[in-house]
Design a protein around this ligand. Sequence first.
Ligand SMILES: [Zn+2]
Length: 344
Amino acid sequence: MTSKEQVISRLALSPIGPTPVFPRDLTLGLDALNISTGEIFKNEYNADLAAKAVLALQKTTHHDAVIGCIHSAGFDVESFGGEMGYPERGIPHVQRHPFSSPDNFYKFKERKYDYSQVVRSYNIVKSNSSDLAVFGNLEAPVTRAGIYRGLENLMMDLNLDQTFAREIVELGVERATEYIEKLAKNQSVDAIFFAAASDNPDMIGPETYESITLKYMYQLIKKIHDFGLPVVFHPHGNFSSDELSSTLDKTIDLGIDGFQFAEQNDHNVILQHTKNRCCILGGINVTDSLLLGPDRRIINDCNRYMNDLYNENYIFMCSCSLHRGISIKNVKTMVDAVKSFKLT
Ligand SMILES: [Zn+2]
């Protein structure tokens, strides 16, 4: 049985084999190759090197699912007139949000980022690792709009008058759809993952989460399912709280194939909602546990989740994505702990 079968069977609600591990490594592969961030992003996206970095990390840590590129949340920021920063050993970040001024939105909104090289990285990863599950990583509607507009501005728009916010969200959904189409038509991925740090009902309020995030996620999910691909959704927020109980049910009712709980969630409560409806994903805290160690703590934390979720329809992840700067040795400790886990 392959890693890919372990992952995809879980998203299809019929788990086979042991619990697979998906660390959602977005830039950590750069440390595996010991190269600067600019080498991937500074000129045209370096697909060969990006794919090599993703595969080098996987060969060291032996996880079951990967993101098939070195990811930037701001792939299309510069095409819209914004500015990105690529620190030598750091994470790509937005230096100037392209639509911080509404004028720029109307001036630049027709422009498009050409995802061809990024898709090529996915293709190289996929053709060199047919046993692994390859996820396409994208930002969910409000999260993407926050990158374009700047989060503070977007929060103000959402609170005062949602018209402009919705225009930005809709542009983002359109661009995300085009990217997904490219990935799907090239058969570059086995599933789609939506990162959604700002699609957080504790931050934007459950009403806005439902009227914007869920509305546009529904459209995206329908499209992705038409391509025959499963979808995992990872909104931030405490969905195990009583206040968000019905919001969690509405999220699962979108037809998602997997729900990844973020930090501060009680996984046993989330499980009550996901059971028989979709796969549950999540696990140890990135900043408290994985970043700091030591090994004993990482292993204990992994065992805690595995004890509760081992017999469930579960894919082990961390609480959020992995970036360069996290110890690869700690990631290996985590993967080994999950793979050697025995229920006592
Ligand atoms: Zn996250």
